[in-house]
Ligand binder design. Structure first.
Ligand code: PEP
Ligand code: CO
Length: 450
């Protein structure tokens, strides 16, 4: 165990972005109940993910992380969950085929219920109220009452995470993720788009390859690699009461694990070296992410890495960079060099969403497909130049046909945003935009091969 760390040591440090509950006793009662709940994931699964991420760090595999900015309690239907899984599976197939490397699949799912906010309050219709901080804190409904933080929402977040994960486990191990289904994953509205056709071509190729393998006398149904998928869960570990209530000591190793998700990450607003989040995260043994935004300087990053990964274990730490297309060329190379010079083992992952957000004339928060693609293109080019590994990508996306991000093959325009703008927080790529992005990345990965 890390020196001087214990389950509650974070309480001695300043914790940014925590809700101010009206009744602290009620919070303690909820946390006590959470401590009694069974784990959602096993420590062994977290170790397996860490081993896979170690391969990503070495350039032998590729990380795909994606899902909602904020999951919502009301969106917990089987169809919606299946659509999110389906787009991740489709993207993973495209990336695997393009890179000829295993793709490690991590959802922002089954627990992504808490949001940091730049401003604690906002004005809606002339009324000042607390900002929405995710369904595990308060309601999206814009009234001061509904925006009051309610600790009972933490219990609901736990139970909904459990039911989402239960369904995901059934889908990924019960036949839905079988590579023989690769054709069936295509959605009608994607099928009709130009890249739907590219996807169909690829699915036909894969189908033929499987038939070929079978013709050689190998029964693909007997290989779990071909008919099952490991999908790992992740969320921002924002609410430290919740996260520590779901942190348990593994009976096999005596190490502490967050058992609410396979991977948790520290957000860009909560990565203070002397803050409670870093204190909590340094003591858990899961693979962890660290968002690295424009205000991260080299010396601070070095200190953060030393604290969060003192053993320099490969697969432990994913640096999720989110600079924006306009800033990545200036800000990423010096950080890559400082990490390289120190010999730190990290996974470099690009979040091309959070540095490219702006407000459209319609008032909607949005992102343009071309800015997202531009940041990704530069991410790959910079790593190629520096001789380091561009290990993965991190997206806010959904499997539905929403209209939240602009551009893409369908050339979504600002006037379309209101048609199906459903996110409770940041704008997500829709299924067609996500698939298109996967094809573009696959192309870049193939170039990296050569
Ligand atoms: C997020 O991933 O939704 C988020 C809030 O990101 P960041 O911490 O990078 O701003
Ligand atoms: Co977001």
């Amino acid at each position: 165990m890390q020196k001087d760390w214990h389950l509650d040591s974070w309480r001695d440090f300043a914790a940014a972005q925590q809700p101010e509950y009206p009744d602290p006793k009620e919070v303690e009662a909820v946390l006590a109940e959470l401590r009694q709940q069974p784990p959602l994931v096993f420590a062994g699964e977290c170790r397996k993910l860490k081993a896979k991420l170690a391969r990503v760090a070495a350039g032998e595999a590729f990380l795909l992380q994606g899902g909602d900015c904020a999951e919502q309690f009301s969106q917990n239907h089987a169809k919606i969950i299946r659509e999110k899984l389906r787009i991740l599976l489709q993207m993973a197939v495209v990336l695997t085929y393009g890179s000829l490397k295993p793709v490690v699949k991590v959802g922002r799912i089954a627990g992504q219920y808490a949001k940091p906010r730049s401003s604690p309050t906002e004005r809606i219709g002339g009324v000042e109220m607390a900002s929405y901080k995710g369904d595990s804190v308060n309601s999206f409904e814009p009234t001061p009452q509904e925006r009051m933080p309610d600790p009972n929402r933490l219990l609901r977040a736990y139970h909904q995470s459990a039911s989402t994960l239960n369904l995901l486990r059934a889908f990924t191990h019960g036949g839905y993720a079988d590579l023989n289904m690769v054709n069936a994953w295509n959605l009608q509205f994607v099928k009709n788009s130009p890249l739907g056709l590219d996807y169909e071509d690829l699915a036909t190729e894969i189908h033929r390859t499987l038939k070929f393998i079978e013709a050689c006398g190998i029964d693909s149904r007997r290989f779990p690699q071909l008919n099952q998928v490991d999908l790992y869960t992740s969320h921002e570990g924002l609410l430290l009461g919740y996260e520590s209530a779901l942190t348990r000591c593994d009976s096999l190793t005596g190490d502490w694990y967050n058992v609410g998700a396979h991977m948790v990450w520290i957000g860009d607003r909560t990565r203070q070296l002397d803050g409670a989040h870093v204190e909590y995260f340094r003591g858990i043994n899961n693979p962890i992410g660290l968002k690295v935004g424009p205000t991260t300087d080299g010396p601070t990053l070095v200190e953060l890495i030393k604290v969060l990964n003192p053993e320099n274990e490969a697969g432990r730490l994913v640096l999720i960079t989110r600079f924006g297309a306009a800033k990545i060329e200036e800000l990423l190379p010096p950080l890559i060099r400082v990490v390289k010079d120190n010999g730190f083992q990290v996974v470099w992952c690009c979040d091309p969403m959070h540095g490219n957000t702006y407000k459209a004339d319609t008032g909607h928060k949005t992102r343009h497909f071309s800015d997202i693609l531009q940041e990704l293109t530069l991410f790959f080019a910079i790593h190629r130049q520096e001789g380091t590994v561009p290990g993965g990508v991190h997206f806010e996306l959904t499997g539905a046909n929403v209209t939240e991000c602009l551009g893409g093959a369908a050339d979504l325009k600002e006037e379309h945003l209101a048609e199906s703008y459903e996110t409770a927080c940041d704008p997500r790529l829709n299924a067609a935009q996500s698939l298109e992005m996967a094809f573009k990345i696959a192309h870049m990965l193939r170039q990296d091969e050569s």
